[in-house]
Design a protein around this ligand. Sequence first.
Ligand SMILES: *Cc1c(COP(=O)(O)O)cnc(C)c1O
Length: 406
Amino acid sequence: MVSVMTKPSSLDACENTKPLMPIRFNQPYMVGPEAEHVQASLASGKLCGDGAFTHRCQEYFEQSFGFNKALLATSCTDALEMAAILMNIQPGDEVIMPSYTFVSTANAFLLRGAKIVFADTERDVPNIDIATLESLITPKTKGIVVVHYAGMACDMAALMPIVKKHNLMLIEDAAHSIDAYYLGEDGSRTPLGRFGQLSTFSFHETKNIICGEGGLLAINDPAFQARAEVIREKGTNRAAFFRGEVDKYNWRDIGSSFLPADYVAAFLWGQLENLRLIQDKRLNVWNTYYKALKPLEDAGKVALQKIPAYSEHNAHLFYMVCDSLEQRTALMSFLKDRGIQTTFHYVPLHESPCYLSQPEHMRAEARELPNTKRFAECLVRLPLHGHLSEADMARVTDAVIEFYNA
Ligand SMILES: *Cc1c(COP(=O)(O)O)cnc(C)c1O
């Protein structure tokens, strides 16, 4: 770039007054073939669900991540609702999950009449604090739902023995966690979503791999497979009928309409074909931010995202933890003035109007969840998507550094 000194002064003035392009927190990143696949799907004359692109995506998930069965769903929310039905949740059953999560994690189980018992997060990582779980388990506990926040694995070596000892169901809300891994002490590398009997993923436009609205139910325990297919098809065995396994289909079970149209799967296929490219772009942003901001952390000014040693994350989010709510508010407004959009994250569910309005037998005893509170008040996420240029990233990190050095 030409240095400012050599430019005519009129041009300088012009450049100085040109508003900087805003840097959006999220901007859906499409690679190219998505529209082409949607066109092909439309041209096929079959628009409803469970078509060729749906099968192609499902096979991809089964082969790449080793799920016993993958079923595309209309959203991660719907996949969680399918999981709650498959678990046979009855009124009075208790389900333990973090308070620091999206509403759908809890809503799906509340809809089936479960009493939701919220756990705190760890101090340094916004994942469920496994050390507190045993104190929350009662004879009525049916299962545990974990969320691998930002695609960072929960401590599975600590969790799995508890799940086994108490004979609980484990559901992974892996909405953030496509192509993220748990690293075992024995050198193993297990995709997140492979631990629970059931796991759920999201392809909402704010996630890594997208199709607008979409999700996946991953089934690791084959015992759930046949029933999951029925639940997804309005409670009917239509899928078996189309495979020619039965000569008519009928109402078998409760269920709903959880199938995405095949052209939605066609869009998703365009993303899956390019999964490596998308993930590498995100990881590059994450690593660039981390490297540029590490000196701030070393100087004790702000805490950067801490990746547990057993976690290979997927750059779903880049976040920092400020010292206080006041500092976060000031930082976000400082960045906003410079055209940089940032966001905080979850509002604790244990203090939400919906939870507090449940009848008493549907609520756990009120407890302070201090780590949840801290992440709710102090965590801030920086823009992270495939459209960010090196210059954009530098603008973001320079502004953060300027704020903390001011
Ligand atoms: C995004 C998200 C969901 C919901 O995903 P949808 O596909 O939008 O329904 C559920 N849980 C978590 C943790 C999420 O981040």
